[in-house]
Design a protein around this ligand. Structure first.
Ligand SMILES: [Mg+2]
Ligand SMILES: [Zn+2]
Length: 181
């Protein structure tokens, strides 16, 4: 299956240390929505796996998270792109759940829901925990330098074989080139 898994904050939209708590605070990184549309046009299915501990910390509720995602879906639709499913962990950082990255729970659910092996599936994130979580299932970890990416790069210890790109658009250029080869 042609599938790409994306982190949300710092990859698709600008991140905020204060959390993205409202649709107004959700602002796409230039080129990211077009990049998703280009994946779709090349036959890739795109899903998101995102930690949203702001729900567990009561910084925003599920209705708000849904309206943020509604805004993202609409903005994507306007450029011909589509995110097929959003997997999220709503739990607080201290909750010890199985889904919060770096735990691999969301990636296991993606594998089950999409009924596919994730070996070699590109998974794009800006934090070490994104890469650690995806690597458990054999995904191809890809670090982008947007969001927390520069800091993540500086801190090192990336999973073996991690690829790095300036942003989602550049990572997608690479994926589409590889798939042609
Ligand atoms: Mg992120
Ligand atoms: Zn969780």
């Amino acid at each position: 299956m042609k599938l790409v898994i994306l982190d949300r904050d710092g990859v698709i939209n600008f991140d905020s240390a204060q959390f993205i708590k409202s649709p107004a605070e959700w602002k796409p990184i230039p080129g990211s929505l077009d990049a998703i549309a280009r994946l779709n046009q090349a036959g890739y299915r795109v899903v998101v796996a995102t930690n949203q501990s702001g729900v567990g910390r009561s910084l925003f509720d599920m209705d708000t998270l849904n309206s943020i995602h509604e805004k993202m879906h609409k903005a994507l639709f306007a450029v011909g792109g589509r995110i097929e499913a959003i997997f999220y962990c709503p739990h607080a950082a201290d909750s010890d759940c199985e889904c919060r990255k770096p735990k691999p729970g969301m990636f296991k659910r993606i594998s089950e829901t999409m009924n596919t092996d994730l070996k070699g599936v590109p998974a794009i994130g800006d934090s070490l925990r994104d890469l650690q979580a995806c690597a458990v299932l054999g995904c191809q970890p890809i670090l982008v330098h947007t969001g927390k990416g520069e800091k993540t790069k500086a801190e090192g210890n990336l999973p073996e074989g991690t690829l790095e790109f300036a942003n989602l658009a550049a990572a997608v250029d690479f994926i589409l080139n590889e798939s042609k080869a």
